[in-house]
Design a protein around this ligand. Sequence first.
Ligand code: 13P
Length: 256
Amino acid sequence: MKKDVRKAVIAGNWKMNKTRPEAKALIEEMKPLVANAGCEVVACVPFTNLETVLEAAKGSNIKVGAQNCHFEKSGAFTGEISADMLVEMGVEYVIIGHSERRQYFGETDETVNKRTKAALAAGLKVILCVGEMLADRENGITDELVAMQTKIALKNVSAEELKNVIIAYEPVWAIGTGKTATAEQANEVCAVIRATIKALYGCEAAEGITIQYGGSMNAKNAAELVAQPDVDGGLIGGASLKAPDFAVIVDAATKG
Ligand code: 13P
């Protein structure tokens, strides 16, 4: 597989952090530090920060994303946000199927598929998250599980739509725990995901799709992770809230 045909993407997932003034300050601090990035840089921020961050990031190379969207276009879904609402604001990316949504908010492979399709239909770029729990890894079913999550999430997604999909491999046991997958483990599962894409969409799609690693990626371990042949960047939680650390990760992905 040729890594140089793909663009690395470093995306920050701010999760439920930062008020609007804090969000503005973080983007302002980040802008000069990532201005020369040789990879795509994305900040996925809470809904309440989208307008502020879109404004603060204007004219910079920082793209803006949300962390979820609903699958219906509109209607009686209290507390939800539609893909069209995000597009209208100028949001470019959305994270779908994050393990915290799956664990705490009843997200299933089926709803991940519905949200993915709705986001793509609205014109958003999707960062689709898959990954195993510790018990799955211990039971030796990581590869099968991640392949299944990928397959179901992409049901009825066309090859053309797939061009707007990034897949993030995030082992649940590595998220927020400081316990990173080894570079070899990360690469191995990213390669399984790529093989799944190849089986579904063919060689060209598999070679072109960006597959990120996420889970305790930080300024210290990023270089080794993103240097792996099947790892095309990262989805960063905690370290994306510190501009200097995030910038080091962006530099690591720029060097590839
Ligand atoms: P941490 O980098 O904090 O482990 O979070 C990873 C993650 O869940 C990104 O979506």
